[in-house]
Design a protein around this ligand. Structure first.
Ligand SMILES: [Ca+2]
Ligand SMILES: [Ca+2]
Ligand SMILES: [Ca+2]
Length: 486
C-alpha cells in the first residue's frame, strides 16, 4: 500500500493554549545546601541548567515552587538561598519582518528565532522537496527556489545533466521540466513554504531555514498520484540537495527504496527526513522507519502526539504538526496539520544546521538533531519510546557541542559483546536493537552512575546479520551498527 500523505487535517484548534506557569522562581542555593533539604520542606526543585561535569556551581541554580512565596525571603535569611528572582520577560534577539510571523507558534517552540542570531543560513544550501511540485509564482516562494541558472529555458540541456531546461526543478510525474503544482494538489507547495518560505521579506511567513532554499521535485502525475519517488530522491541528491524532504510513505518495505536512500546518504552525503504518516497507528512506515532516515512524528502546542500521527519504536523524533501556518498556492496561506508539515519543520531546521556546520556529515547532523531534542515523554505516557528522542529544538541542536561516543567490542560479534558509552548525564538509559528492516529485536534499560559506562550484552540466540543499536536517555541519543556472525 503506497500512501501519499496528501490529506492534511484542516485547522484543528483556533486558539493556542499555553501551560499556565505556577508560582515558580529562579533561585540560587547557598553552597552548602542540597536539593534534598528543599524536598524535605515539600518544595519542588528542578535544575535550570544541564551540565556535563556535575558542576556544584551550575547545580546551585534551580527553579523552585514554594507553597507560599513569603517563604523565599525567609529562606534567604536562613542562609538556604543566596537570592531569588522572578522570571523575566525576555525579547528575542531577532524577530523577522514577515507580517504573519506571530501566527507561527511552532517557530518559537523549536527556538528558531534565537538561532537566527547566530546564523541565517547559506543561500547555496537547499532542501530537495520530493512532492507534488510547487506554485513557484507564490509571493513568498518565488524568491527562495534554488533555480538552476546553468540551464535556462531555451530548449537545450545547457548543463548537460540529461534534463532539458531543468531551471525550476523537474516533474517525474509528467516527465517534463515544469514542477508547477497541478489543480488542487497543493501538498508540495505547502511543504516548500514550511521548509523555505522567504524570510524577513515583510510578507507572508518565516521559515527556520531563512536564507536556505528549496528545490521542487515533482513525483505526482496529473491525477495527483505518486509515480516514482526514488527517481525524485536521486535527482534532488544529484542536483546537490543536502537535505531531502519525503512527506510520503508506505506501510510496505521496499529494498530498492532502502538501497537508493543508503546510496544518497553514504555516497552523496544527503540527509533524508520522512513522515511517520497520518493513520494514528503503531506501525512502521517506509522510508521513515529506515535506520538512516529521520522519521518524524507530529505533536501539538503542548508537545502531545496529535491523534492522527503514527507512532512506533522505529521513528526518530517529533516536531510541531498542528495548526502550522504557511504559504499555500496563488498567494494564499493556510493552516495545516499532520506528519507532513512536522517533517518539513525538521527539514527546514536540518538545512540551516547543515549550512552552519559545513564540515559535518549527514550522519553527524542526524545525530546532532536527535541528540538535542526536548524531552516529551511526560506529556505522552501512552507512547513512550514511540515518538523518537523528543521534540525538535534547533537551538539545542546548534549549541550541542559535546561528542557522545558509543563503541562496540567485538564487532563483528557472535552475540556476546560490550557497549562502551561516554555519557553526559547520569540516569536511566535504554538500549534498543533493530534488525535491518527496522524491526525491534531487543530492548533493555540500565542505570548509569559514571560518565564512562560499559554495558555487557549476551544475545546468543540472535541471528546472523546487520543490526542497529540505539541508546536513548533523557537528553542523549546515539546509534551504531553491529554485524552478527554465526
Ligand atoms: Ca539540464
Ligand atoms: Ca536550457
Ligand atoms: Ca516571508
Amino acid at each position: 500500500m503506497r500512501l501519499g500523505f496528501a490529506l492534511f487535517v484542516p485547522f484543528l484548534c483556533t486558539c493556542l493554549c499555553f501551560a499556565q506557569s505556577t508560582n515558580s522562581y529562579n533561585v540560587r542555593l547557598s553552597n552548602t545546601i542540597s536539593w534534598d533539604l528543599l524536598q524535605t520542606k515539600n518544595i519542588s526543585v528542578s535544575p535550570l541548567f544541564r551540565n556535563s561535569n556535575n558542576s556544584v556551581f551550575l547545580n546551585s541554580f534551580v527553579q523552585i515552587s514554594p507553597t507560599n512565596p513569603t517563604e523565599l525571603d525567609a529562606m534567604v535569611e536562613q542562609g538556604i538561598l543566596l537570592y531569588w528572582e522572578n522570571k523575566r520577560v525576555q525579547e528575542l534577539y531577532f524577530t523577522p519582518s514577515d507580517e504573519s510571523f506571530n501566527q507561527q507558534w511552532y517557530l518559537n517552540k523549536i527556538n528558531a528565532p534565537e538561532v537566527w542570531d547566530s546564523t541565517q543560513g547559506d543561500s547555496t544550501y537547499f532542501v530537495g522537496v520530493v512532492d507534488s511540485g510547487v506554485d513557484y509564482h507564490h509571493e513568498d516562494l518565488s524568491g527562495n527556489l534554488a533555480y538552476n541558472y546553468a540551464d535556462p529555458i531555451n530548449g537545450l540541456d545547457d548543463d548537460n545533466d540529461g534534463y532539458i531546461d531543468n531551471f525550476y526543478g523537474w516533474d517525474f510525474g509528467d516527465l517534463d521540466n515544469d514542477p508547477m503544482v497541478s489543480g488542487s494538489y497543493a501538498h508540495g507547495s505547502v511543504m516548500c513554504g514550511i521548509i523555505a518560505a522567504q524570510t524577513n521579506n515583510t510578507i507572508g511567513t518565516a521559515s527556520t531555514a531563512f536564507n536556505c532554499k528549496y528545490l521542487p521535485v515533482k513525483i505526482t502525475n496529473i491525477a495527483g498520484l505518486i509515480t516514482d519517488t526514488n527517481a525524485g530522491i536521486l535527482y534532488a541528491a544529484q542536483m546537490g540537495a543536502k537535505v531531502i524532504n519525503c512527506s510520503f510513505g508506505s506501510t510496505e518495505f521496499s529494498q530498492a527504496e532502502a538501497d537508493i536512500i543508503t546510496y544518497v546518504t553514504d555516497s552523496l552525503d544527503v540527509l533524508i527526513i520522512a513522515s511517520a504518516g497520518n493513520n494514528g497507528l503503531n506501525i512502521p512506515i517506509y522510508p521513515a522507519s529506515l535506520t538512516n532516515v529521520i522519521g518524524v512524528c507530529a505533536v501539538d502546542e503542548m508537545d502531545q502526539k496529535i491523534p492522527i500521527s503514527n507512532y512506533h519504536t522505529s521513528f526518530d523524533i517529533s516536531a510541531p504538526g498542528s495548526s502550522i501556518y504557511g504559504p499555500y498556492i496563488e498567494n494564499e496561506y493556510s493552516y495545516k496539520s499532520g506528519t507532513s508539515v512536522a517533517t518539513g519543520i525538521v527539514s527546514s531546521a536540518a538545512i540551516l544546521l547543515r549550512s552552519y556546520f559545513k564540515t559535518e556529515s549527514a550522519e553527524e547532523i542526524r545525530i546532532r538533531i536527535l541528540n538535542s531534542a526536548d524531552y516529551i515523554d511526560d506529556y505522552n505516557p501512552l507512547y513512550l519510546a514511540q515518538l523518537g528522542t523528543g521534540r525538535l529544538n534547533v537551538l539545542n541542536a546548534i549549541s550541542e557541542i559535546s561528542k557522545n561516543t558509543l563503541e562496540i567490542f567485538p564487532n563483528p560479534s557472535r552475540g556476546i559483546f560490550d557497549l562502551e558509552l561516554n555519557l553526559i548525564d547520569y540516569g536511566n538509559y535504554q538500549i534498543s536493537i533493530f534488525d535491518v528492516l527496522g524491526k525491534l529485536y531487543y530492548r533493555t534499560e540500565f542505570f548509569v552512575r559514571s560518565k564512562l559506562h560499559t554495558e555487557h550484552l549476551n544475545l546468543q540466540d540472535i541471528k546472523q546479520g546487520y543490526y542497529t543499536i540505539e541508546i536513548n536517555g533523557t537528553s542523549y541519543y546515539n546509534s551504531s551498527g553491529i554485524i552478527i556472525v554465526k
